[in-house]
Design a protein around this ligand. Structure first.
Ligand code: GCW
Length: 706
């Protein structure tokens, strides 16, 4: 028996410790694992002082307690005044406790982390410019410890004022373009019961600086504005408030007719305006810090002011006026392409909105998608972003992977988001990055912000896969500070989510950065776009030519014939929507980056590329490269087995296998299709496995065996 004891101990420890616990990923990046022995001294805390006289400060204190307890084994004693070296002192920068330190002013939502001396003792201070700043400072401190980074002197404040998630959640619990289960709002049980998931959601968002959320789909139902749903939204708002998250709602333009008994929704009709004013007052009675409305109008069949021959400005301003007395804002979406598709859909939003610059009220912000089309794997930036200096512009990014492999593909979007934010638009000459347009600094706007279409649902892992969590994480971090390196954000996420061991974070960060290029290569290389299957947008279908609108068909976008492929967007007038020197750069094949080549140009199949290959050969090479890159990701992940619990390791491996199979599907289906036009053979060592007809006959969400 005595000899069996150690064996038994091992079995028991395996049984009760980490590895045997079913690991769903539900804890996200907030895991607070015990600090390894060799790192303990760096993060020792002898005692901590943190007064908390409000729900938000109490939330911050609870989080710190939880984090310290998890990482140090037990939370150190909480005391009223510092009496030992190594104490942690947390509070408002201006509080009597911290004011004597004369710290630099952190500003709104900002914080300072600093080594200092208090009462003669060496302390670490976390000081917030306001209560939200304290909350964010606590999370920043915990992040550094979790990532096993040195606790560094930090002064940080958000670059963007509005850091919002947009949920495309419907009231029946489904989520448009959602791949992570049903809506987390669980409307039927609200307001009486507020599921725990909602507080967990708020806490996760606070940890990355997100401070607002639009609860419902932009394809909105009028019912969201009925008293019953306002009560439900109030219950959610109450649960989010301690975490500094405000609630916003998407509204349907025709709501005054559908639920208000009016016969018109004309923005200039006084009865319509009165209805909206009463509705706003009703909402603010329930939710005093309500943020405002998000509006999708006259887009993809949604009603809007143009139904009454009024402009987008007429519509936005009417709503802005009724929200103004309450401090609310209107986020008016620029995703419109109502006009004639014969005129190139890519240029539609610019044509509609640029003439309205300067006509919007000061509490209107225009919400613009990063690309001129629609969240493609890679798009040039929307020229609208550089063309409305008198209007605050909010950037809309898509965190859910509608066009990028949906639930399973590992595609790190932090790299894509950063690429967009760092793009120079030349709006006012060099240095006019998208980051500076949306943060308001370029044109001196009061409102600034970034919205991300959420990838969150009630799946155990929140986002449909473990690696999709990284996209949510990176969105929040980059909305706070667009200047962060996406690579550093990936490393920080991986360290907190799995292990801070550089033997793990190094290769995994490389894999994440590679994944962003891989998806472009195996789906839409060389500037191809919108060649996915109709409707559900999953899988390749460059042959797609069905449907009610020309500009919903793949063939509208690639235009492949025996003569060539791509769209001459100089001729369509689109390149002229960019500022110089970009307008000229994109108008000339020689100066257009390969990434955007077929976006801007129509070229013959034997066009000579800088590589010396023909266009066709380059296309084949890029598609093949994409598949090879996914294979490299698989091989890299296989080496990480020793660092990761079995469940999460297996999910990632399994999903990478799916991604590999589907990357082959993309490569082969697209090349089988384009081969009919190219007039050139496949290379000797490659040909699609099946004839084109097999790919064309695949049912939705099914790919042929590799
Ligand atoms: O990308 C398209 C999506 C729609 C979406 C629309 C939009 C919410 O396919 O599902 O509708 O964009 O952004 O309004």
């Amino acid at each position: 028996m005595r000899r069996l004891l150690p064996v038994l101990a091992v079995i028991l420890s395996v049984f009760f410790a980490g590895p045997a616990k079913a690991e769903t990923g539900h804890d996200l990046w907030l895991r607070y694992r015990p600090i390894e022995t060799q790192h303990r001294a760096s993060y020792a805390v002898s005692q901590w002082v943190m007064p908390a006289a409000s729900p938000m400060l109490a939330a911050a204190r609870g989080e710190l307690q939880r984090g310290l307890a998890g990482m140090l084994g037990a939370a150190p004693p909480q005391v009223q005044a510092v009496s030992a070296d190594g104490a942690l002192v947390v509070g408002l920068a201006a509080s009597p406790l911290l004011a004597p330190l004369a710290l630099p002013a952190p500003g709104r939502e900002g914080y300072v982390i600093r080594a200092a001396r208090l009462n003669g003792h060496a302390v670490t201070v976390i000081a917030g410019g306001d209560e939200a700043g304290v909350l964010y400072g606590v999370f920043a401190y915990l992040r550094q410890v979790q990532a096993r980074q040195p606790v560094a002197d930090t002064l940080s404040a958000p670059r963007n004022q509005l850091r919002l998630l947009n949920h495309w959640d419907n009231l029946d619990g489904t989520v448009e373009r959602g791949y992570a289960g049903a809506s987390i709002w669980n409307w039927p049980v609200l307001p009486e019961h507020v599921p725990r998931l909602i507080a967990g959601y708020a806490r996760a968002n606070a940890s990355i600086g997100i401070n607002g959320t639009v609860l419902n789909n932009v394809n909105a139902q009028a019912a969201i504005l009925t008293p019953a749903y306002i009560e439900k939204a109030k219950a959610v708002a109450d649960a989010l408030r301690p975490w500094n998250i405000r609630v916003y709602l998407s509204v349907r333009w025709s709501a005054p007719i559908e639920i208000g008994g009016l016969t018109s929704a004309d923005p200039l009709d006084p009865a319509v305006k009165r209805w909206w004013a009463d509705k706003a007052a009703e909402i603010y009675r329930a939710i005093p810090d309500f943020g405002g409305f998000l509006v999708k109008a006259n887009s993809e069949g949604q009603p809007g002011p143009q139904d009454y021959r009024r402009s987008h400005a007429d519509g936005a301003n009417m709503i802005a006026d009724v929200l103004k007395p309450h401090g609310g804002i209107v986020m008016w979406r620029a995703f419109v392409y109502a006009d004639d598709p014969a005129r190139d859909r890519a240029g539609a939003a610019y044509r509609e909105f640029v003439p309205l610059d300067g006509q919007f009220r000061d509490n209107v912000v225009l919400q613009v998608k990063n690309g001129p089309l629609d969240f493609q794997p890679r798009e040039p930036f929307s020229p609208l972003l550089a063309a409305m200096p008198k209007t605050p512009l909010m950037l809309e990014l898509q965190i859910t992977k509608e066009y990028l492999g949906q639930k399973t593909h590992l595609v790190y979007l932090g790299a894509q988001f950063s690429e967009v934010l760092q793009t120079d638009t030349f709006a006012h000459g060099p240095g006019s990055t998208i980051a500076r347009i949306v943060d308001g600094s370029l044109d001196g706007h009061r409102i600034s912000g970034i919205a991300g279409v959420a990838n969150i649902g009630n799946d155990a892992d929140w986002s449909g896969s473990i690696f999709n969590q990284a996209d949510w994480y990176a969105f929040g971090r980059l909305a706070w500070d667009p200047g962060l390196s996406p690579r550093a954000v990936a490393a920080e996420w991986a360290a907190q989510t799995f292990t801070a061991d550089p033997a793990f974070t190094g290769p995994v960060t490389e894999m994440m950065m590679l994944s962003r290029e891989a998806v472009v290569h195996y789906m839409t290389p060389l500037g191809l776009h919108h060649i996915m299957a109709h409707g559900h947008h999953m899988g390749p279908a460059p042959w797609d030519a069905i449907g009610p609108r020309e500009d919903w068909k793949a063939v509208y976008y690639h235009r492949a014939t025996k003569d060539g492929i791509g769209w001459d967007r100089k001729a369509s007038g689109f390149t002229a929507q960019y500022k110089p020197p970009l307008a000229e750069r994109f108008a000339d094949v020689a100066t257009t980056p390969e990434d955007y080549l077929l976006w801007f140009h129509r070229l013959a199949w034997d066009h000579r590329m800088p590589s010396g290959r023909t266009l066709w050969e380059q296309m084949v090479a890029r598609y093949r490269q994409g598949v090879d890159e996914v294979a490299a990701m698989q091989a890299g992940w296989a080496k990480m087995r020793g660092f990761v619990d079995a469940e999460r390791f297996a999910q990632v491996s399994d999903y990478l296998a799916i991604q590999h199979r589907e990357a082959i599907w993309w490569r082969d289906a697209c090349l089988a299709y384009f081969a009919q036009f190219s007039g050139q053979p496949f290379p000797k060592d490659y040909a699609p496995k099946y004839p084109l007809a097999v790919y064309q006959a695949m049912p939705a969400y099914a790919s042929p065996p590799p």
